[in-house]
Design a protein around this ligand. Structure first.
Ligand code: PHB
Length: 375
């Protein structure tokens, strides 16, 4: 995304990826694009297939006590919506557009090392196809995920970390079966949270709250489907099952480092922050970071004004903490803590009842869910 944003204003970049093209194009990740993300893809001219194949959703369902409650996202936000489109599909489109433009993107590079970050000309050295290469550049964007090399390159003492672990994880499946719902279902149940999502009219994506150290091997297909059936149960509704084609365990955590920059290195996305999956915000937050970074680099290149670069962290953090709060709030409301006492359980119940009784409460969720405007 960043490379495309920069190319649009004539700024060259090189994209380095340590995995193979096939790996990043097939890895199952997020699937919910918020409105500002969709709008930005359109602005870049890479949204064509997303509009053709993505599914626009105007609402979500909150389910508890076997009752179904619709949050009318579009009615509550002046017409905004979310688009269901797998992250790996978006990645395919971005790579294809990059290659079509003849712009550099290198896969399976090894041994990436950053140098001279506190100078005007940082370097990136790496191995590509058996050769040692060094790039000299003006900026390094650390868009390399939570386990990437960028964040650990920043010297000790510069970063402060803020984090929360949650006493639960998500067991996620991809199933070869038509979704049993038109809109996403977030279900709060005394056995734990469940989510019915989808990827296409014939592929379902579902999640179960499980323990953080859950053993995937203990979950047969039958056990997964019967647990989903129990937690999603509602009168006059049933869940269709089918072959499970992918399964994974996703820990839930909140994590932010401050600042998100060091010299000419700028962190973006999971390299700088993680949100729990409940709000479906991880991908979208990464997109908003790189939009801010592209603005800052463009201003600096065009006018020499470095204030955008200096203010990158502050601009990103305002949105990041808003989204951390939203994702934490949704997580706390919908999941059952392993040792939840009566008081906590009743508070959660009161929140759910308020959410579906009050238009103001529903609008608050809707505004955050469809994505707050950039900047
Ligand atoms: C997904 O479809 O993967 C998904 C949807 C909604 C969420 C999280 C994940 O809140």
């Amino acid at each position: 995304m960043l490379a495309h944003l920069l190319a649009q204003v004539g700024i060259e970049s090189v994209v380095l990826e340590d995995r193979s093209r096939a790996h990043v194009e097939q890895r199952i990740r997020a699937g919910v694009l918020e409105q500002p993300t969709v709008d930005l893809l359109d602005q870049l001219g890479v949204g064509e297939r997303m509009h053709r194949e993505g599914l626009v959703h105007h609402g979500i369902e909150i389910r508890f006590d076997r009752q179904r409650h619709r949050i009318a996202l579009s009615d509550l936000t002046g017409g905004k919506a979310i688009t269901i489109y797998g992250q790996q599909e978006l990645v395919k489109d971005l790579i294809a557009a990059r290659l079509a433009a003849g712009a550099p993107i290198l896969f399976e590079v090894e041994n990436v090392r950053l140098g001279g970050l506190d100078t005007q000309r940082p370097t990136i050295s790496f191995r590509d196809d058996g050769r040692n290469e060094t790039l000299r550049c003006s900026y390094v964007a650390g868009c390399d995920g939570f386990h990437g090399v960028s964040r650990p390159t920043i010297p000790d003492g510069v970063l402060r970390t803020f984090e929360r672990d949650y006493p639960f994880a998500w067991l996620g499946i991809l199933a070869d079966v038509a979704p049993s719902t038109e809109e996403l279902i977030y279900a709060s149940h005394e056995r734990g949270f469940a989510l019915h999502s989808l990827r296409s009219p014939s592929i379902s994506r579902l999640y179960l709250q499980v323990a953080p150290d859950e053993d995937l091997a203990a979950w047969s297909d039958d056990r997964i489907w019967s647990e989903l059936r129990a937690r999603l149960a509602s009168d006059g509704w049933s869940l269709a099952d089918g072959p499970i084609v992918d399964r994974s365990l996703t820990p839930l955590r909140s994590f932010v480092v401050e600042p998100m920059q060091y010299g000419r290195l700028f962190l973006a996305g999971d390299a700088a922050h993680i949100v729990p999956a409940t709000g479906a915000k991880g991908l979208n937050l990464a997109v908003s970071d790189v939009r801010a970074l592209a603005d800052a680099i463009t201003l600096h290149e065009r006018t020499g004004d470095a204030r955008g670069l200096a203010g990158y962290t502050a601009r990103c953090l305002r949105r990041i903490w808003r989204v951390q709060d939203f994702s934490w709030w949704m997580s706390a409301m919908l999941h059952r803590l392993p040792e939840e006492d009566g008081f906590a359980g009743r508070l959660r119940r009161a929140q759910l009842e308020w959410l579906v009784a009050s238009e103001a409460a529903a609008r608050s969720l809707a505004e955050n869910y469809v994505g707050l405007p950039f900047s």
